[in-house]
Design a protein around this ligand. Sequence first.
Ligand SMILES: [Zn+2]
Length: 86
Amino acid sequence: MDAGQADRNSSPDGRLDVTDAGSVAAGRNAGRPFLQVFFRCANKYLHVPRSADGSGYRAMCPLCGKRVNFVIGPGGTPQRFFEISC
Ligand SMILES: [Zn+2]
């Protein structure tokens, strides 16, 4: 029962694990937790809300279309900001 299994075909750098601890705190204020993702090639910050099923965060570069799947799980990082080289 690992939601991450579906992402096996992604490139190794296309998936990152995050914990849900920080987003729970953020949820008190914001309603829905989110991550901030910076895409280098587009030079843009994206505000990525948690997916509806709560399993993670899915971001896509607005310029090159690179997809990044942030999976929520134990042992992940409490980081809320990520920079993607693409
Ligand atoms: Zn890109």
